[in-house]
Structure formats: structure tokens, C-alpha cells
Design a protein around this ligand. Sequence first.
Ligand code: ZN
Length: 242
Amino acid sequence: MRWGIISDVHGNLQALEQVLRAVDAESCDELFFLGDAVGYGPQPDECVAVLGDRVVLAILGNHDDAVLGRTNPFSFNEYALRAALWTRRTITSETRAAIAGYTLIGRREGDLFVHASPANPRAWEYLLSIREAERQFAAFTEPFCFIGHSHMPGGFILTPEGRITAFRPKRLLLDDQFRYIINVGSVGQPRDGDPRACFVLYDREKGLIEFKRVEYPVERTQALMAESHLPDFLIQRLQKGY
Ligand code: ZN
């Protein structure tokens, strides 16, 4: 069984389409989505519709929750706020209903899926340090927890002795004695200095995790954002992946 795991699409249909092509080329059996279908990008309706057709599990992200009017977008930075308010005005009632069906916590075959963090999924915490990972590993029992949210691919490994190490995105041969928190990165707005869309391929038989990068026509997304008068900072950052 081969799983594709994607997150943080953020209304970037150009990136999503290329990732889905790559997922198909890798002959994935099932596709999982870890939240933030919308926010920042210019095609929220299209992204939500495409995800609805393709994924077996859709997790709720903070930007999704904000357009439903639950997470307060005024807690976001200025650019994210402007994009969230634009998205809320723009999306159709079908899109809103689809997002309302996303779940906060997912489980499949003994693995755990959340948008931000397993300890308190609705607090939208950023899991970026070993110290923070220690607290998070203590909050769940599954061998694997897949997350998104920070748009920083990579993760943390916990050994049976209780030692935690961080890892950068790479080919990761899994050890069944270890537990893992794996951040699958972002499809629609990478922030690790690589502007290419990111996703994870998980081969369960081989016990192998691979981080994949996919080129997409960034300038097409940028042009659509400019047409919709989305903030220039958000348009520029796609090119550099920050
Ligand atoms: Zn996000």
C-alpha cells in the first residue's frame, strides 16, 4: 500500500494539479490531506472541489476554520488576515459545506493525522523544536503522527530510550522500534527556501518515507493572485519559497 500525504494547499490550484500528477505517477493507492485547503491563494473553490474528489481523509486547518468563522482570522498576521477575509467573501456555499465536513483528527491503519499538533489540534501550535516535540510525543500513542501547518517539511524521531532527533526532508527508512512525527510540507506555499510544491510518499510495505518536490507554473498562480488583488507580499513569496 502506497500513501500520498499532502497539506497546506492554500488555494493554489496550479501547485495542486502538478502534485496530483506526481501522486498518480507514483501509483499511490490512497491520498490523505492534512488541512488548509484555502487561504493565501486565488482558487479556493477549485482546490476544495479537486480535493473532495481525490482524498480519503480531509483534515481541518486553521485557515479552513477561519473561513468558516470559527478560528478568529484577526489572530493572523496582516497578509493572512487579508487573504482569509477575501477567501471568506469569495467562496461558494458548496465550498463552505465541504470544508465544514473536514475533521480535526484522523486515524487510519493505526496512524494519526492532524493539521498542527497532536497535543491540542485546535490550538494551532507550531511544532518546530525538539523540546516541543517531546511534549507532543507524550500526547499520543500511535507510532506515526503526520502533520502540516508550519510548511516546513521534515520531522522528529523518538527512540525506545526516549531520545528525540530532528530530521530534514530525506529518504527515511523506518524502524518499527521508533515513533515519528512527520511534517509533509506545503503544496501551495512552501517556506523552506524551495519554491517547488512538496508532498510525502509513504510506502507501507517497504517502510519508506520519501519527500517529493514538484515544479509548477508559479507565475500563473501569481497572475491570478494579482487579478484578485491579494497582498503583494503573498504573491512574491511563492517565487522564493519563504
Ligand atoms: Zn498553512
